[in-house]
Design a protein around this ligand. Structure first.
Ligand SMILES: *[C@@H]1O[C@H](CO)[C@@H](O)[C@H](O)[C@H]1NC(C)=O
Ligand SMILES: *[C@@H]1O[C@H](CO)[C@@H](O)[C@H](O)[C@H]1NC(C)=O
Ligand SMILES: *[C@@H]1O[C@H](CO)[C@@H](O)[C@H](O)[C@H]1NC(C)=O
Length: 464
């Protein structure tokens, strides 16, 4: 009898494997929650309320302002879209705010080369009190989402018990699979169990979810960013190994473009989320975002690092008494990304170190680029002493590659070769024009390299 049970369990575990082939690199896109929350007051605030119009306007921006071409393809609805259930128990969107329905919105997203994500909650109610997906509704709701041609589901965990979650999340994974439509599955399950073993079985989570929230919701402040970061670092021995192609830890949305982060802090969140191989879901108003914030979010070398095919989550590898922390993410071609984070609040700090001290081999010689400034790092040897100047609450980020892995390739081709071709497709929004880059930023460095047989020089949108 016991033997039989074990066999059956093994079989069940196999059947539950998600294997939908999605998200081989961490997903990128836009998610409504952090910026737009549960604003349903379309009478008073028609431009910012959770409505079909808001998502269509963000879809337009994603498609027209270069986001989609850089990989920001998910357009994700969060809570407060549900109107109720119909006579057959099927979910319906709020009729006033989503008059054309979710299938219409999915078609619209698809017509622009985007993917549509939706939100539900495994429980009696969603976190904001809308009808949830109780265990008896899991299959019906999965079928409804598939019928609407939704591409991703974020399943929250409010108003449920641990027992219901243990049954419901695997059940939803199986139900999504059974629809035959590849639907990426974002599970909030671990966050509701404290995010750690033994209450969280990450082996199981990686098998049934493409991404999962481990910890608290992000709020619009640097304090919130660092509290999440510190928790991820504290538990990196547990969390780092469970991330990989198809399955990612999710420290929650990017705040860049909102109100709580300074310029340095915005760069820091971008760099840190990138080395952590975190999903990059922006949650900001793309209709009014500044060029400075666009530059942070659209940095092609940053995105190349984020989308590295190995999909290895980075770790904090060093912490100095002077409150400097160093993070490292291993990349393909033996390259790596380093982030130097300054936790001080006094003045730009001159941090002295060497690659040797950061556990790189003594014999290596490295080329690379400062990801934000574009400065080229050349001939850096393992035991060379270097100084990086890091602003308070800021970062310096390096892309490094050992010279021996460069081969006949030019450094600039390696750095940006597979990103640049998307630029001629750049369509600028009203008031902006595509111009050859002239500004003093990382882009300038490109022009210092003759890209002989490569793609045409990149074009960028500039305000005119
Ligand atoms: C469902 O799971 C099977 C087995 O893991 C997999 O081969 C298939 O691609 C999955 N289908 C979808 C739509 O996710
Ligand atoms: C965790 O889940 C995996 C996969 O379903 C299973 O094989 C394993 O026994 C579970 N571990 C524990 C400690 O329950
Ligand atoms: C780097 O500094 C250390 C002492 O901090 C010194 O021992 C070493 O020789 C220096 N390396 C080089 C290449 O100058």
């Amino acid at each position: 009898m016991l033997k039989k049970t074990v066999l059956l369990l093994a079989l069940v575990a196999q059947v539950l494997m998600l294997e939908n082939g999605l998200m081989r690199t961490p997903p990128m896109g836009w998610l409504a929650w952090e910026r737009f929350r549960c604003n349903i007051d379309c009478d008073q605030d028609p431009k910012n309320c959770i409505s079909e119009q808001l998502f269509m306007e963000m879809a337009d921006r994603l498609a027209q302002d270069g986001w989609r071409d850089l990989g920001y393809v998910y357009l994700n609805i969060d809570d407060c879209w549900i109107g109720g259930r119909d006579a057959k128990g099927r979910l319906m969107p709020d009729a006033k705010r989503f008059p054309h329905g979710i299938a219409f919105l999915a078609d619209y997203a698809h017509s622009l080369g985007l993917k549509l994500g939706i939100y539900e909650d495994l429980g009696r109610l969603t976190c904001m009190g809308y009808p949830g997906t109780t265990l008896d509704k899991v299959e019906l709701d999965a079928e409804t989402f598939a019928e609407w041609k939704v591409d991703m589901l974020k399943l929250d965990g409010c108003y449920s018990t641990a027992k219901e979650r243990a049954e419901g999340y695997p059940k939803m994974a199986a139900a999504l699979n059974a629809t035959g439509r590849p639907i990426a599955f974002s599970c909030s399950w671990p966050a509701y169990e404290g995010g750690l073993p033994p209450k969280v079985n990450y082996t199981l989570i990686t098998e049934i979810c493409n991404l999962w929230r481990n910890y608290d919701d992000i709020q619009d402040s640097w304090k919130s960013v660092t509290s999440i970061l510190d928790w991820f670092v504290k538990h990196q021995d547990i969390l780092q190994p469970v991330a990989g192609p198809g399955h990612w830890n999710d420290p929650d949305m990017l705040l860049i473009g909102n109100f709580g982060l300074s310029f340095e802090e915005s760069r820091a969140q971008m760099a840190l989320w990138t080395v952590l191989a975190a999903p990059l879901f922006m949650s900001t108003d793309l209709r009014t975002i500044s060029l400075q914030n666009i530059d942070i979010l659209q940095n092609p070398l940053m995105i190349k690092i984020h989308q590295d095919p190995l999909g290895i989550q980075g770790r904090r590898i060093f912490k100095s008494k002077s409150q400097i922390e160093v993070f490292k993410k291993p990349l393909s071609n033996e390259a790596s990304a380093l982030v130097f984070l300054n936790r001080r609040t006094d003045m730009p700090y001159r941090f002295h170190s060497s690659l040797l001290e950061l556990k790189f081999p003594r014999s290596g010689v490295y080329e690379g680029q400062n990801v934000f400034t574009g400065d080229i790092i050349s001939g850096l040897k393992g035991d060379d002493n270097f100084t990086v100047i890091i602003n308070p609450s800021g970062v310096v980020m390096w892309y490094l590659i050992p010279i021996k892995s460069l081969g006949p390739m030019h450094l600039s081709q390696l750095l940006l070769g597979d990103v640049t071709p998307s630029y001629p497709k750049y369509v600028c929004r009203t008031g902006f024009h595509a111009l050859p880059e002239q500004g003093p930023s990382w882009k300038l460095t490109l022009e210092q390299f003759p890209v002989a047989s490569g793609p045409p020089p990149p074009q960028f949108c500039r305000y005119c």
